[in-house]
Design a protein around this ligand. Structure first.
Ligand SMILES: NC(=O)c1ccc[n+]([C@@H]2O[C@H](COP(=O)([O-])OP(=O)(O)OC[C@H]3O[C@@H](n4cnc5c(N)ncnc54)[C@H](OP(=O)(O)O)[C@@H]3O)[C@@H](O)[C@H]2O)c1
Length: 424
C-alpha cells in the first residue's frame, strides 16, 4: 500500500464532499438558527445547505433578504425534497406539534428544545419508532458539550455510578459574579441580563427549571430512566444572598447549581437539581462564568469530565451540526439502558443548609437531624426528607428560603439509627 493510499479516506466518509449536500428545512432563525446558518456558511464542504427557513413574525428585521424566509412550518414538514428538519423555535408546545408530526411522517429531525423534550420524550420515541423517523438533540443539553451521544453510544453498556453537572450557564454566571466580588443576587443577575447571559424573565434559569429539563434527558440516556420533570427536585438561587456565598467560602467551597444523578447501593436511581456546596476536589469547582461541565463516573472507565459552552449561537449550532453529520452516517439514539430501567427513588434524606427567617419553613421541612444552627445568620444545617423538599418546593420559593445541599444523601432514617451515608 502506498503512503497516499494509507492516508486516503474510506469510501463512506467521502460521501459528505462528493454526494449532493443534504437539504435542511430550518424552523426558527433566532440565536441557534442563525448560529447554525453562520457555521454552515463558513463550512461549505460540510455537505449541508439550508434550503428553506421558517420564522414566525413577518416584517421583522433580519440579517438575510426577506425572500429567504417563509412563515408556514407545515409546508416545510410536507416538503419531501428536504433531507432533514432542524427545529429551533422558542415555543415548546408548537415545537412538540411540529416534531411529532415530522416523526409521524418518518422525517429526520434535530431539535434543541429541552423543555419540549423533557415533557414529551417517551411519546417522541414511540412516534420515532412507529414512523421510522430519527430524532437527535445534542444541543438541548449543555450546548456544545457532546454529552448525550457520549452517554447513549459510548456508555451504552457500561453502568454509571453518578453524573454531576453544571447545566445552566446563566445561574452559573450569577454565582460566579457573587463569589468574585461579594455582590448580592440582584446586581449580579442584572449584569448577567445586560451581557445577554440571562433572560429578561429569569425564572427558568434561576429557578433551576431549565437544568431540570436537561437532567431528565440525561437520566434517559445515562440510566434508561424516563422521568416527568415534576418528579425531580429543582431548587433555584432566587433566594441566595452574599451571606450564603460567605458561608460556603468559610468552608473552602463554592455554591454551584448542580444536577446530581446517582445510582444508589440498591440499584435505584435518584436525580436532584439544586444548589450544592462544591469543593476544590471536584472538577466542577473551576467551571465558572457561563460555562457548563459534566462529570461522569462509570463503573469501569472511572471518572471523566467534560467542560464547555452551554449556550450561544455558535456552540449550540455546533451541536446541531454534529447531529446533522451523525444523521448522515445513520446514527440514532439506542436508549440501550431503557431495557432494564431502574426504579426512581425519592425515599431519601438529603443534608441541606437552609437559610430562612420564617420559622414555619423549618417546621414544614421537619428536619430529622440538625447538626448546626445559627440564630443570627438564620441558618440551619441538617437532614430532611427529599419528599418534603419536593412537596414544599413552591412554598420554599414563595418565602425566599435558600437551600444548598452539602452533597450527602442517606436512606430515610429509621428512628435514630442512621444507615450508611451515600454521597451525592
Ligand atoms: N439560545 C441558546 O443558546 C440555546 C441553547 C440550547 C438550546 N436552546 C434552545 O433552542 C431553541 C431556540 O432557542 P433560541 O435562543 O434560538 O430562540 P430565539 O432566539 O428566541 O429564536 C426563536 C426563533 O423561533 C422562531 N419561532 C417561534 N415560534 C415560531 C413558530 N410558531 N413558527 C416558526 N418560527 C417560530 C422565531 O421567529 P421570529 O424570528 O419571527 O420571532 C425565532 O426566529 C429553544 O428551544 C431553546 O431552549 C437555545
Amino acid at each position: 500500500m502506498s503512503t497516499n493510499a494509507a492516508f486516503s479516506a474510506p469510501a463512506a466518509s467521502l460521501s459528505a464532499s462528493t454526494a449532493q449536500p443534504w437539504r435542511i428545512g430550518l424552523i426558527g432563525f433566532g440565536c441557534v438558527g442563525q448560529g447554525l446558518f453562520d457555521i454552515l456558511s463558513q463550512q461549505p464542504a460540510a455537505g449541508f445547505s439550508i434550503a428553506r427557513i421558517v420564522v414566525k413574525t413577518p416584517g421583522k428585521a433580519r440579517p438575510l433578504p426577506a425572500e429567504r424566509f417563509e412563515y408556514d412550518p407545515q409546508a416545510v414538514l410536507e416538503d419531501d425534497t428536504l433531507d432533514v428538519l432542524v427545529e429551533v423555535i422558542d415555543d415548546a408546545e408548537v415545537a412538540f406539534q411540529l416534531v411529532a408530526e415530522a416523526l409521524r411522517r418518518g422525517r429526520r429531525v434535530v431539535t434543541a428544545n429541552k423543555a419540549m423534550l423533557a415533557r414529551h420524550l417517551p411519546e417522541l420515541i414511540r412516534l420515532q419508532r412507529e414512523g421510522r423517523g430519527t430524532l437527535l438533540y445534542e444541543a438541548a443539553v449543555c450546548g456544545s458539550i457532546p454529552v448525550i451521544r457520549t452517554l447513549d453510544a459510548y456508555f451504552s453498556t457500561e453502568p454509571l455510578r453518578r453524573l454531576t453537572g453544571i447545566l445552566n450557564g446563566s445561574s452559573n454566571y450569577v454565582l460566579t459574579r457573587m463569589g468574585e466580588d461579594g455582590s448580592d443576587y440582584s446586581p449580579a443577575l442584572a449584569e448577567a441580563q445586560t451581557l445577554g447571559f440571562a433572560e429578561t424573565d429569569p425564572t427558568l434559569d434561576m429557578g433551576a427549571f431549565d437544568p431540570r429539563s436537561k437532567a431528565v434527558l440525561l437520566a434517559a440516556h445515562a440510566y434508561g430512566a424516563f422521568l416527568q420533570p415534576e418528579q425531580v427536585l429543582n431548587l433555584g438561587i432566587e433566594g441566595i444572598g452574599a451571606v450564603d456565598i460567605a458561608f460556603a467560602a468559610s468552608q473552602g467551597q463554592k455554591i454551584k447549581v448542580v444536577a446530581g444523578l446517582q445510582r444508589l447501593p440498591d440499584g435505584r436511581v435518584t436525580v436532584l437539581v439544586t444548589p450544592q456546596l462544591i469543593g476544590p476536589e471536584s472538577p466542577l469547582y473551576t467551571v465558572d462564568q457561563e460555562f457548563n461541565g459534566v462529570v461522569i463516573e462509570a463503573d469501569f472507565a472511572g471518572e471523566q469530565f467534560l467542560r464547555g459552552r452551554g449556550a450561544g449561537g455558535h456552540p449550540t449550532g455546533s451541536a446541531v451540526l454534529a447531529d446533522l453529520a451523525a444523521l448522515r452516517q445513520g446514527f440514532a439514539y439506542q436508549y440501550a439502558k431503557a431495557a432494564a430501567a431502574p426504579t426512581y427513588a425519592s425515599d431519601l434524606e438529603v443534608e441541606i443548609y437552609l437559610r430562612t427567617d420564617e420559622d414555619r419553613i423549618i417546621d414544614l421541612l421537619d428536619f430529622s437531624e440538625i447538626s448546626e444552627e445559627a440564630d443570627e445568620d438564620e441558618y440551619v444545617v441538617g437532614y430532611v426528607a427529599l419528599e418534603n423538599l419536593i412537596r414544599h418546593r413552591d412554598t420554599l420559593r414563595k418565602y425566599g428560603a435558600f437551600i444548598v445541599r452539602t452533597g450527602r444523601l442517606r436512606p430515610i432514617s429509621v428512628g435514630t439509627e442512621l444507615a450508611e451515608e451515600v454521597s451525592a
